[in-house]
Structure formats: structure tokens, C-alpha cells
Design a protein around this ligand. Structure first.
Ligand SMILES: [Fe+2]
Ligand SMILES: [Fe+2]
Length: 271
């Protein structure tokens, strides 16, 4: 599917970039994106743990792209004559860097960047008003970002599937983490809703959050760690505890270098 085709329909609701309240809302939204892109650059850290030439090539390319996204969002702020505000705490939490590779590929790439694309493509590309003379340029930049985010998600999904085949025990904590992430996501959107009640775009907020939850749920099923039917509260709590345990472990995980051990076979020489 095209990365630019929206999955949620905002029914023609638009922001007005000449209205001070709307400008505050768009600025708040873009500020979260700017922070996310700044932390996205740290994917370059994964070069140290990259196990193959393919992985090393990917992280090198991604770091360059995220750095470019950071600058593209800065251009958008300048174009719209806005001053970024600090990121919301929940965005900081969701964007925090993780050294533990199995968590990183699922939480940051597959799910995290998936939600980022939901917001860039479904919210920003639909609700910024095309009749504002500054918007076509802004959207041109956003489209570049969306296309590249889709590549990052595809990598995260490919790695998640590979890790699940290698370590099937990851299925339970992965599922628990998805449940936990779905608990946090509405907190982020509620922060928007509280600030700007009664807005035509925000009237869609509940529906949009529901859409994201369903999409992420189906994504987890497609990747093979979310059960066909949602289990009862007890197995869910067990999975969430396993997810938290894996998360705790990740906080103490030390990244270990890989390519210096595998470069000969990766380059096609005998090890
Ligand atoms: Fe990005
Ligand atoms: Fe990305």
C-alpha cells in the first residue's frame, strides 16, 4: 500500500493556520514530531550491535534519514513561523532509546515508527489546509518523511519476525508490551484533547485512537505475537508482567559489538 494513503478519514476537518488557537495546536503537534526525530537520530547507535552488513547498512542509512527529518521539521517550523515547544512527557517516554535489540526493533521501529507514520500521514497530511499558501511546501517535506518512515517500519517488522523465529519465548513479553503501549497511547492524545476541546479535528480524536489501537493490534497478529482473540484479564496481566520484566532487563542490557566477530563470513570469506 502507498505510504501516503490515509487509513483514517478525518472527514474534511482542517486546521486554520491563521487562527491563533489552531496555530498553538499545530505547533504542539509538530513539536512532538521534532523531538521524536531528534531521538530518531540515535538509531545510529545500533551500528555497534548490527549483526550483519545488511543491518549496518540499514542503520547508517536510517540515521542519515532521521537527521534529515529533524532538519525538514525545523524547515516546517520556519515556514509556518512557529517556535517549537518542549515535548510532552509521554512522547519522551515513548521515544526513549533502548539498548536491548529485541525491544528496540519491536517498540521503536515496528510499533513506534508505525504510530509516528499514523500521525504524519493521517493527521498532518489530511488536516493541514491546502488553501494556505505555505502548506504545499510543508506537505512536500512531510511526504518525504512518510515514505522513509515506511521503510523503517518494514525493517522493524522484518527484524521482529526474525527474532521471534529465533527466540519464540519473546512472543509473551512482546504481547504484554503491546498491551502496555496501547495503555500509554491514549494518554498522549488526551493531552491534546484537554488543551483544545471542541475543535473539528479533535472531534475525531477518540475515533482516531481507536483506529490506531486496531491497526497496531492487527500488526501484532500479522507479526505473530498477538493471539487471534484477546485473552482474559489474567493472561493479559501475566503477559504485561513479562513485558515489564523484559523492559527492566533492557534497562541493564549492555550492547555488545557484532560485526567485528562476523565480518569475515559477512564479506564472504571463510571465518
Ligand atoms: Fe523520522
Ligand atoms: Fe524513522
Amino acid at each position: 500500500m502507498d505510504a501516503l494513503e490515509p487509513l483514517y478519514d478525518f472527514g474534511g476537518a482542517r486546521f486554520d493556520l491563521h487562527d491563533p488557537e489552531d496555530r498553538r495546536l499545530v505547533c504542539f503537534m509538530l513539536s512532538q514530531a521534532l523531538y521524536g526525530e531528534a531521538t530518531g537520530v540515535y538509531c545510529g547507535k545500533s551500528l555497534y550491535t548490527a549483526y550483519s552488513l545488511e543491518a549496518a547498512r540499514f542503520y547508517l542509512k536510517q540515521a542519515r534519514q532521521e537527521l534529515n527529518h529533524l532538519e525538514l521539521f525545523a524547515d516546517i517550523f520556519r515556514k509556518l513561523e512557529m517556535q517549537p515547544v518542549p515535548a510532552h512527557w509521554s512522547v519522551k517516554l515513548l521515544a526513549s532509546h533502548n539498548n536491548y535489540y529485541p525491544l528496540k526493533v519491536l517498540m521503536e521501529h515496528a510499533i513506534g515508527e508505525g504510530m509516528v507514520l499514523d500521525i504524519f500521514r493521517d493527521v498532518m497530511l489530511q488536516t493541514l489546509p491546502d488553501d494556505d499558501e505555505r502548506v504545499p511546501d510543508v506537505k512536500k517535506r512531510l511526504r518525504v518523511v512518510c515514505r522513509e518512515e515506511e521503510e523503517h517500519i518494514a525493517w522493524g517488522e522484518k527484524e521482529t519476525v526474525r527474532l521471534l523465529a529465533e527466540r519464540p519465548w519473546l512472543r509473551t513479553p512482546y504481547y504484554g508490551l503491546l498491551e502496555l503501549q496501547l495503555l500509554i497511547a491514549p494518554i498522549v492524545t488526551r493531552a491534546f484533547a484537554r488543551r483544545f476541546k471542541g475543535h473539528p479535528v479533535l472531534a475525531h480524536l477518540e475515533g482516531f485512537v481507536e483506529h490506531i489501537k486496531n491497526r497496531v493490534w492487527q500488526q501484532g497478529q500479522r507479526l505473530g505475537f498477538v493471539p487471534a482473540a484477546r485473552p482474559g484479564i489474567l493472561p493479559r496481566m501475566v503477559a504485561m508482567a513479562a513485558g515489564l520484566a523484559l523492559y527492566t532487563r533492557s534497562q541493564f542490557a549492555r550492547s555488545t559489538s557484532k560485526l567485528d566477530k562476523r565480518y569475515l563470513e559477512e564479506l564472504g570469506f571463510s571465518a
